[in-house]
Design a protein around this ligand. Structure first.
Ligand code: SF4
Length: 333
């Protein structure tokens, strides 16, 4: 379930409808492989100009979702549309001119042997965009845009700080003039003192260039700072989605409540604490029955281990929990 009726098709940059992605996981030489459902029937919209925060613990499927939206993975089931056109009807260059990624770790995502100039122009080279004679001016403009001094144009990443490297990664994404940027944990590899600088830069760039962001993070405190809407993922499903202000004030899904509790630490400069829940994150190859969150949920009843909850509209947004499903109230009492 999405909230399509609230947005016209021309206002939607990306749309997923019933998207699932299953991998076959080897269990050893003599055992049959098992399916791992990384994405489980995801329906989600990214509207033009918004920042949609996608949050959840490691292994919940956030990065698989990013790969699907970048065309790096094909869904096993379901549809992905980009600017109201089927994703699969376009080539890599068309997609790359509209969607670009910024990844978590600028230490590993930038080639340490290449200069800043070569790194930033890489997408132009790969997709044969523009004339090479104009590339230097383009790089120079990008350096200004991301707040890097021009003297770094021939430096290589090993001579730069983490924050400077992430600025190079942002410049590399923006040189294609995309409309949508998939930010996959863009600040989590950086020192706390640098994180807010990069977040502020991303927000300034959004305002200046009219960008749309899907902002993926395990850190709700970061998402609160930047997102206008939030989708919470657990084991391949979106369990709650809605306006950021509403989710941060009154989360409804028990998992979203636990995630929010986890950011209320005495020292906000500390790294993200573990989510305070009973039990460990389940094995995605062998997920719990019914609601996959039930072994960790303080509100679970016997219904939860038997019946998989479906999304229930909570305008605007939805929550995937029997507690909020009027049809299940009797069995949840
Ligand atoms: Fe908890 Fe049941 Fe809701 Fe799942 S459906 S989150 S187990 S109350």
């Amino acid at each position: 379930m999405g909230d399509r009726m609230m947005a016209e098709p021309q206002d939607i940059a990306l749309e997923l409808s019933g998207v699932s992605k299953t991998y076959q996981i080897s269990q050893g030489l003599f055992a049959a492989s098992k399916p791992l459902r990384a994405l489980d029937n995801i329906s989600l919209q990214l509207r033009r100009g918004e920042v949609l925060g996608l949050v959840g613990e490691s292994g919940c499927g956030k990065s698989t979702l990013a790969k699907v939206l970048l065309g790096l993975e094909k869904p096993t089931r379901g549809d992905v549309r980009i600017f109201d056109q089927p994703f699969g009807s376009h080539d890599r260059k068309w997609i790359a001119r509209r969607i670009q990624p910024i990844f978590q770790d600028p230490y590993s995502s930038l080639n340490p042997r290449k200069s800043v100039r070569e790194i930033i122009t890489l997408p132009l080279r790969v997709h044969s965009v523009g004339k090479t004679s104009g590339w230097n001016d383009g790089v120079s403009r990008m350096l200004d845009l991301v707040g890097l001094p021009q003297r770094l144009i021939d430096a290589n990443p090993s001579q730069m700080s983490g924050g400077q490297r992430q600025r190079v990664a942002i410049a590399r994404a923006l040189i294609m003039r995309p409309e949508v940027v998939i930010c996959d944990e863009p600040t989590s590899a950086l020192d706390v003192s640098v994180q807010s600088q990069i977040l502020n830069l991303l927000m300034d760039l959004r305002d200046e260039l009219g960008l749309t962001y899907l902002f993926i993070s395990h850190n709700l405190a970061v998402v609160e700072h930047i997102a206008s809407r939030v989708a919470v993922m657990y084991l391949g499903r979106v369990v709650e989605q809605g306006p950021a202000a509403r989710i941060f004030e009154t989360p409804k899904h028990p998992y979203a409540v636990a995630l929010l509790d986890s950011i209320l630490t005495p020292d906000p400069s500390m790294d993200v604490p573990d989510v305070d829940l009973d039990g460990n994150f389940p094995n995605p190859v062998d997920p719990p029955s019914g609601c996959t969150f039930h072994p960790r949920c303080a509100s679970a009843t016997s219904l939860c281990s038997r019946l998989r909850p479906e999304p229930v509209q909570q305008a605007p947004g939805f929550v995937t929990c029997h507690l909020h499903d009027p049809n299940q109230q009797k069995d949840m009492a």
